[in-house]
Design a protein around this ligand. Structure first.
Ligand SMILES: Nc1ncnc2c1ncn2[C@@H]1O[C@H](COP(=O)(O)OP(=O)(O)OP(=O)(O)O)[C@@H](O)[C@H]1O
Length: 440
């Protein structure tokens, strides 16, 4: 077990600016595996429970003396650039994590990689990026949006603030005049003439034919762990959940958030929300339901497409994200299935909610977080060659990852694949394997 550290006396003067504190901190001489691991977190939910109950881990004795920090984004913005991280320190978030998680930047990055792929590999290859609904940034792309709007009369659009969450500021509309108020608010100079930048929004084609279960719309929350962007190394979690809306789907009342927005933060405020029943299904339950209804091949294709969404999205920021060996990211991908079972990427969250909405949710999140810590391996228990750690499957390690069973059966077609066939092969075998696991 871990012995108590022999400290050289960390600097604890919290009045000093962050960078001075960090530079003043002397790492205890004892090797990390010879002593307890010091954690820090600003969150009070499941992550704190998991960290507190992890054998050999204890709360950091000071703000600067930590090995593992589940930090919030505000801390990152204020301190990262002036903090010198020690060899063994691990911290949540890459410096410019928002490249993938701000709605406008996510779309910009994906569009850019699509264009580049089309140039290098042709239009057909570019189609593998057609997984997000048509999106424009406002106000900058307002005029292009208006052209697109006029070409598609009668369709429904959804307006979303680029950097907000939990459904704040979101609304649906059919007519341009419905966004006049928003436009006015953002374009007209304030009375006192201060030049505050208008709030950025994205306007997105609304998926008006969602796949329904029991008449209700849902979206999927899929967890992905990135431990390096260069080379790209990503893990996919086997469990996650589907979040249902509380009210039956209808396009008659597009102003009703309880019908159209599936975020738990919105749904739990519904007057008839039942906290006991909640509004979630596990991904496993959903997979079983879909397989029973549509057969394994159809569902396999859907899951193959979800894998494609994840890999393409990560690749779209691979050269943009500032890679740092101290950083990791646990993303929550939000995906909606349409009535043809085609998955659409709605959003990627860098801080997916870790607050449990019930007992099952608590178990899922504690398992998920413990498995994150197992992958990060501050205790040095892994060999580094693992393809599965707890519920995490290694899905990309500077290229697609196949497990040993898949390699045996696929070896012959693995000879010099093109980027597309290689990705396709990886995705189908990965999904087949996940489905077989479910069927067990
Ligand atoms: N293009 C779309 N088509 C259909 N439904 C959508 C679309 N975009 C968003 N939604 C619905 O609105 C909800 C909220 O959207 P989104 O996740 O983009 O916003 P958010 O406020 O950032 O949410 P979160 O709290 O999950 O970060 C989604 O869960 C989904 O149900």
């Amino acid at each position: 077990m871990f012995a108590k550290p022999t400290t050289n006396g960390p600097v604890t003067n919290t009045k000093l600016p962050g960078y001075m504190i960090s530079r003043g901190y002397q790492r205890p001489k004892a090797h990390i595996s010879d002593r307890e691991i010091y954690f820090r977190t600003s969150l009070q939910n499941t992550i704190l429970d998991v960290l507190k109950s992890r054998p050999g881990w204890q709360e950091a004795p000071s703000e600067t003396e930590w090995d593992f920090f589940w930090c919030d984004r505000e801390w990152l913005h204020q301190n990262y650039d002036t903090t010198f991280l020690q060899e063994n320190q691990k911290i949540l978030h890459f410096r410019n994590y928002y490249e993938l998680t701000r709605k406008n930047l996510m779309v910009k990055n994906i569009k850019r990689l699509k264009r580049q792929t089309e140039r290098e590999f042709g239009k057909l290859e570019g189609q593998s990026f057609d997984f997000y609904p048509t999106t424009y940034e406002l106000p900058s792309e307002y005029h292009i949006f208006v052209e697109e709007f006029k070409k598609n009369p009668g369709i429904i659009w959804i307006m979303k603030p680029a950097a907000k969450s939990q459904g704040h500021g979101i609304f649906l509309f059919r007519k341009l005049k419905d966004i006049t108020n928003w436009k006015k608010g953002d374009y007209q100079p304030l009375a006192d003439q201060t030049k505050e930048a208008p709030e950025l929004y994205v306007v997105q084609r609304y998926i008006s034919n969602p796949y329904l279960i029991g008449g209700r719309k849902f979206d999927l929350r899929v967890y992905v762990l990135v431990v390096s962007y260069n080379p790209l190394k990503a893990w996919l979690y086997r469990e996650g959940f589907a979040r249902f809306s509380n009210s039956k789907f209808s396009l008659d009342s597009i102003e009703d958030a309880y019908i159209h927005l599936t975020n738990v933060a919105v749904q739990k405020t519904a007057p008839d929300y039942d906290p006991e029943k909640g509004c979630k299904w596990s991904l496993q339950r959903l997979r079983n339901y879909l397989i029973a209804k549509h057969g394994i091949e159809v569902v396999q294709k859907t899951y193959k497409d979800i894998d494609n969404i994840i890999i393409r999205s990560l690749q779209s920021v691979q050269k943009t994200i500032i890679n740092d060996k101290h950083c990791f990211e646990m993303y929550g991908f939000d995906v909606i299935l349409d009535s043809n079972l085609k998955p659409w990427l709605i959003e990627i969250n860098a801080s997916p909610s870790l607050t449990a909405s019930g007992k099952e949710d608590y178990i899922l999140k504690c398992g998920l977080l413990n498995d994150v810590l197992n992958v990060l391996d501050l205790e040095h228990k892994l060999t580094g060659n693992e393809k599965r750690v707890g519920g995490w499957d290694l899905m990309w390690d500077d290229g697609p990852v196949l497990n040993d069973d898949q390699l045996d059966s696929q070896q012959s077609i693995l000879t010099l694949p093109t980027p597309n066939t290689f990705l396709g092969l990886f995705i189908s075998s990965h999904i087949c394997w996940s489905l077989l696991e479910v069927a067990k």
